[in-house]
Design a protein around this ligand. Structure first.
Ligand code: UD1
Length: 427
């Protein structure tokens, strides 16, 4: 399997262009199943999760054309669609489950494997299913699959017990073609939800209130095609912003929406980094002589601190002066990076859903494993500042959600290279 070899690097400097958001493009691709017409999606990041979604859509009967150089995917779900998704693809990527809402709305029946748990937690789909039931679908779980059927979905009031991102998206996609009006209450307010609603509205849906905790969806008969540009990836941006801090550097992230980065910006300032909005984007820089200090972080649904930035920010805190407490409230098991960071010399103790981090003077290079996507990114960041060499394995996790991570970091001055399985060096 491929791995990264990372050496202690100088302070990273320069600017880096952020790609389109992984978590926005995946449901938008699923949503393209709602229309027979052609959809054109711009700023699509070249990541393996997007590959997986494209393969799934093709197997379901959609036509997909991905111009990777231009970052544009065209979809056409005009022919006969299949109502069954394959276990192999759904188990590989949980976001595959987001085809359920669109298929149910378009075909009136769907059969999708339960995605099951993953490294960061059990990740049930009960809220998705409650939503489909509320819209009038008959939902049955058997043999590890979920089957849902409804001649015609009907608008309803759906209250989510937790503002789940995936459930909000799936139910919203199902409701756009329902008879009547759906109110989705206590729903997620993440920017990716707004992007999905914008895509659907440009295809003729009538969705109001996305980005607030109540979304109103007035069902329409059909959707047309749409031309849509994906929002920038706030988690990729955040990762480079932390890279500036951990290497005591000066990085400007471009192609970002600064508003989406508010919770992270607040924490970067709290640890004593300078953060400013410039015409080009958002600049994070370390001021010589200023000490990076500890901070407490609690992950929460948006606009709270994102769970997808928890691991990367923890890497920064391992070197901060004092004691930090990081509390993970969104997922029950999202501290796998802790063991790996400890192998690099970090002083971290886990107490229930919190990690207590005593800042150390330096980290040391080691052989470590990417246990999931963001944990992998956190270890890359730690390795940039660690003394000596770090060999990071299982980087296929990182490929799922970062576009050209090593290339972009190298342009900022990082010593990182990729080695393929056969020992071949690959840039
Ligand atoms: C999405 C993101 C992921 C991010 C997460 C939280 C995508 C493709 N992935 O994942 O990167 O970390 O939001 O910001 O967009 N839950 C239930 N029942 C459900 C659904 C969720 O109990 O039916 C729980 C989950 O187990 C978890 C919490 O709700 O503890 C949040 O999950 P959710 O917001 O649904 O995350 P995802 O949509 O899976």
């Amino acid at each position: 399997m491929a791995r990264f070899i990372i050496e202690n690097s100088p302070p990273l400097k320069g600017s880096v262009k952020i790609s389109g958001s992984k978590n926005a493009v995946l449901p938008i691709l699923a949503a393209s199943l709602l229309t027979e017409d052609k959809c054109v999606i711009h700023e699509v990041p070249d990541q393996s999760d997007v590959d997986t979604m494209c393969t799934l859509l093709e197997r379901l009967g959609a036509g997909i054309h991905w111009d990777k150089n231009a970052g544009i995917i065209s979809t056409a779900a005009s022919g006969k669609l299949h109502a069954e998704a394959e276990y192999e693809l759904v188990s590989k990527m949980r976001a595959s489950f987001s085809v359920m809402g669109p298929l149910l709305a378009r075909l009136g029946e769907v059969n999708v494997p339960l995605p099951g748990g993953c490294a960061i937690g059990a990740r049930p789909v009960d809220l998705h299913l409650k939503g489909f039931s509320a819209l009038g679908a008959e939902v049955v779980q058997e043999h590890g699959n979920v089957r849902a059927r409804a001649k015609k979905l009907k608008g309803a009031r759906v209250y989510l017990d937790f503002p789940s991102v995936g459930a909000t998206e799936n139910i919203m996609m199902a409701a756009v073609l329902a008879d009547g009006v759906t109110f989705l209450e206590n729903c997620a307010v993440e920017p990716e939800i707004v992007d999905l609603a914008n895509f659907l509205n440009s295809a003729g849906a009538e969705i109001r209130g996305a980005g607030t905790d109540t979304i109103k969806i007035a069902g329409v008969k059909t959707l047309s095609g749409a031309d849509h540009t994906i929002i920038p990836d706030r988690i990729e941006a955040g990762t480079y912003m932390v890279a500036a801090g951990i290497t005591r550097g000066d990085i400007t992230v471009t192609n970002v929406v600064a508003d989406h980065l508010k919770p992270l910006i607040a924490k970067l300032k709290e640890v004593n980094l300078n953060v400013s909005e410039t015409d080009a984007g958002v600049r994070v820089n370390y001021e010589e002589g200023r000490r990076i200090v500890a901070a407490d972080v609690k992950t929460l649904p948006y606009p709270g601190f994102p769970t997808d930035m928890q691991a990367q920010f923890m890497s920064l805190l391992t070197l901060a002066e004092g004691t930090s407490i990081v509390t993970e409230t969104v997922f029950e098991n999202r501290f796998m990076h802790v063991g790996e960071l400890k192998r690099m010399g970090a002083d971290i103790k886990i107490e229930s859903r919190s990690a207590v981090i005593e800042g150390v003077k330096r980290l040391t290079g080691a052989q470590v494993k990417a246990t999931d996507l963001r944990a992998g990114a956190a270890l890359v960041l730690a390795a940039l500042t660690a003394t000596g060499t770090t060999e990071l394995s299982d980087i296929y996790h990182i490929d799922r959600g970062y576009c050209e991570l090593a290339e972009k970091l190298r342009l900022l001055g990082a010593n990182i290279r990729r080695e393929e399985e056969n020992g071949e060096k690959n840039n």
